[in-house]
Ligand binder design. Structure first.
Ligand code: NDP
Length: 327
């Protein structure tokens, strides 16, 4: 028997608890991984609390990412003892996930753990940090370079935002970090932010076009914030939109698109093709300073993941949460 978080709904109520499961109950797959660390992402918090219908089958073990060691494999790509990591592919939503001491998974979904990262460091990055890297890569693919001007990061004190600030500053960009938590200003400066902005002025309906300020942006908030970011990008600017922490809507006009030629680049991490994943993790192992990774990550136990889910959705968690599934 192994320890895992299990989400059940039938019969109601919807509930998540720390429980024992049998290895034979795990989802189908050709590789069984002894999980070392998982994390608590925004989507995991939604699954645990039931605040949004991210779980597609019940019962479900949540955990959209994990890192660990292959225990058994019937696929020639992996052998016992290989270090691996996983993000997305519906794991923790429709396939049992990483908030468990073991996970059985399809080999195609795994990628080798980069040699420069430990399992714990990879999960300090987690899906949030991997999404931050995909967002930075999107800005680069659209030609944004450090000399072009300042980059805005919204939701900066959260998981995606904090890793984005650390990555962009290491790459030589001047970073403006937008937050609703002025108490985290010092933390954001330690990660590399050059400027701290209050999120309140961006939260309501703004003008179709505002003063041109940023060469690029990474937005985790959506709704009016994303619309106002678009309105204040410089001519030819690019915003990578990856989140909906402030709302799923997008109340914008086409003005910045047709008058300033801005680009809105959508970021999906879940179904991302493998070459991009491998490249994102290669870049993360190179472009993220380990001391900043330590600064932005907090470690908790499997039981504590249940308690922290609510505070994460309320925007009260700073940076990233690593879950040690073996304690
Ligand atoms: P966190 O909860 O760690 O961070 C979100 C941050 O957004 C908060 O810390 C807060 O930052 C800010 N925020 C929260 N609520 C509001 C609000 N109502 N208005 C404005 N700002 C708000 O989550 P993550 O960073 O892990 O994820 C961020 C978003 O990205 C989520 O919506 C998540 O679903 C999405 N995501 C998408 C992925 C993809 O594949 N596209 C993958 C991973 C995440 P502050 O206090 O600094 O203002």
């Amino acid at each position: 028997m192994i320890n895992a978080i299990l989400i059940e709904r039938d019969p109601p109520p919807y509930r998540a608890s720390l429980t024992k499961i049998d290895e034979s109950q795990l989802s189908a797959g050709d590789v069984t991984v002894r999980v070392e660390y998982s994390t608590l992402n925004y989507k995991d918090a939604l699954a645990i609390t039931g605040k949004a219908p991210v779980v597609r089958q019940f019962p479900m073990v949540p955990g959209i990412d994990f890192a660990g060691t292959v225990e058994h494999s019937s696929n020639p790509s992996y052998k016992s003892g290989d270090k691996v990591l996983l993000n997305g592919w519906g794991v923790g939503e429709s396939h049992w996930g990483g908030l468990s001491q073991l996970a059985r998974i399809k080999a195609d979904w795994l990628i080798p753990l980069p040699a420069a990262l430990t399992a714990r460091q990879a999960m300090a990055v987690g899906t949030a940090g991997y999404t931050a890297m995909l967002s930075v890569m999107a800005l680069e693919r659209h030609g944004i370079r450090p000399g072009d001007g300042e980059i805005l990061v919204t939701g900066a004190a959260g998981g995606v935002g904090s890793v984005a600030v650390a990555l962009l500053s290491k790459l030589g960009f001047r970073v403006a970090a937008m937050t609703g938590r002025p108490a985290e200003s010092e933390f954001l400066k330690q990660l590399g932010a050059a400027e701290i902005l209050d999120r309140a002025p961006f939260a309501g309906a703004g003008k179709p076009l505002a003063k041109e300020r940023w060469a690029g942006a990474i937005d985790v908030v959506g709704s009016h914030t994303l619309a106002n970011v678009c309105a204040s990008l410089r001519y030819g600017g690019v915003v990578a939109a990856c989140g909906l922490a402030g709302g799923m809507d997008f109340p914008a006009t086409v003005a910045p698109f047709i008058l300033r030629g801005i680009t809105l680049a959508g970021i999906d991490s879940v179904m991302r093709p493998r070459p991009d994943r491998v490249e994102a993790w290669r870049r993360l192992s190179k472009d993220l300073e380990v001391k900043k990774l330590e600064l932005l990550a907090d470690e908790i136990s499997l039981a504590e993941a249940l308690e922290r889910a609510g505070s994460l959705l309320e925007g009260r968690v700073r940076g990233r949460i690593i879950v040690d599934v073996n304690r």
